[in-house]
Design a protein around this ligand. Structure first.
Ligand code: GTP
Ligand code: MG
Length: 367
């Protein structure tokens, strides 16, 4: 927020409560955002209102943010408005920069807004700057106080502005608080913002102004950062891809090795099975040969035994026959002997008989 003897301008990131502050103290009915999108899209001035007998006008500005418009667009809107008020000789008396103490850190949009704010104001106007912290109720007091200290003492945050003559005050969202902030400017002289000097007095194009150059530098930085991030993401993606390819290759190699192992194992199994089959067949052949030999031996043995039996039978038959012949011969001999004996006996008997007959008949002339 900035003001002349009647004009103050309120600047800050989107959603920091610029319109709320202005509405509260001026009675204006500017749109207040409750969504994530920026509520204030254009630069707008309040009707003059009375502050301790002084007529005051507040200028509401859109914040630099990512939600709806480009930063260049917003800068052009603000700088054009401020240049016009300057041309109309409606000078500013104060510039109010709103900052939520509830913001955990000052990065991104907040940092960009603060940079733009500094480049819009320039160093010469810092004594007319009020850094307003609000939304104290949204964080524990201890945390908020620590943040306030850090904002004031960090050279990347508010310190350079405070060192340049700006002041930092707390706003508790009450009318009294808002009025006290504005009362500080009563009776103070007007200031020319750097952007007004650059555009109106020096006739620079927006791009040539400190804010424009800063914006360009920021955009370049963002582009470089985006490019770096993109390259980083690409590198990561390539690494991921490479890792995936390596993993796939390793998997493939492992699969090949496993398949080779399987094939080798299968070949080995088949070789062993073949060997076992060969052994079995050889064993079977050996067995068959053995059985054949056994059978042959049995046959030969049987034939031998049969031959022996036959021989024995023949011998036996021969022996029987010989025995029979011998017995027959013996019988015949016996018979012959007996016959002989009989003959002899008969002859003897006949002789006896003859003798007897002879004796009976006196001595024989023959004997
Ligand atoms: N708790 C608390 N909430 C606030 C305060 N100031 C504003 N708000 C809330 O913050 C939200 C944004 O307020 P706005 O006044 O629209 O903020 P803005 O800075 O004008 O936002 P843009 O127009 O988008 O740049 C709204 O929901 C307000 O009710 C405050 O001091 N305390
Ligand atoms: Mg607003």
């Amino acid at each position: 927020m900035i003001f002349t003897d009647t004009i103050h301008s309120v600047i800050g990131a989107t959603g920091t409560g610029k319109s709320t502050f202005i509405n509260l103290v001026s009675g204006a009915k500017f749109g207040v955002g409750n969504s994530l999108l920026s509520a204030t899209q254009v630069v707008q001035s309040t009707q003059p209102f009375n502050l301790n007998g002084h007529s005051v006008v507040l200028i509401d500005t859109p914040g630099f943010d990512d939600s709806t418009r480009t930063d260049t667009d917003i800068l052009r809107t603000i700088s054009t408005y401020l240049a016009n008020t300057y041309r109309e000789n409606r000078k500013l008396t104060g510039i109010i920069y709103m900052h939520r103490i509830s913001d955990p850190r000052m990065t991104g949009v907040s940092r960009r807004n603060f940079l733009m704010f500094r480049k819009l104001c320039g160093d010469a106007t810092l004594s007319s700057v009020t850094l307003v912290t609000n939304m104290w109720g949204l964080v524990p007091e201890g945390v908020a106080v620590e943040r306030e200290k850090e904002l004031a003492s960090n050279s990347l945050l508010f310190k350079p502005v405070l060192d340049g003559g700006a002041r930092m005050v707390r706003h508790d969202n009450t009318l009294n608080s808002a009025r006290r902030i504005l009362e500080h400017y009563v009776g103070k002289g007007t200031v020319t913002l750097q952007i007004q000097d650059e555009v109106v007095t020096r006739g620079l194009q927006l791009e040539q102004t400190a804010a424009g150059a800063e914006l360009e530098a920021e955009k370049r930085k963002e582009l470089e950062e985006a490019k770096r991030k993109q390259e980083e993401e690409m590198r990561r993606a390539q690494e991921v891809l490479r890792a995936q390819q390596q993993a796939a290759e390793q998997r493939r190699q492992a699969e090949i090795a496993a398949a080779r192992q399987l094939a080798e194992a299968e070949a080995e199994r088949q070789r062993k099975a073949h060997e076992a089959e060969m052994l079995r067949q050889a064993e079977e052949r050996r067995h068959q040969e053995h059985m054949r030999l056994v059978a042959q031996q049995q046959l030969e043995h049987q034939m031998h035994m049969e031959a022996l039996e036959r021989q024995r039978q023949q011998d036996e038959a021969r022996r029987i026959q010989e025995e029979a012949q011998r017995q027959q011969a013996a019988a015949e001999a016996e018979r012959a002997r007996l016959h002989q004996l009989m003959l002899q006996a008969r002859q003897q008997a006949e002789a006896e008989a003859r003798r007897a007959r002879h004796h009976n008949h006196g001595p024989c002339i023959i004997c």
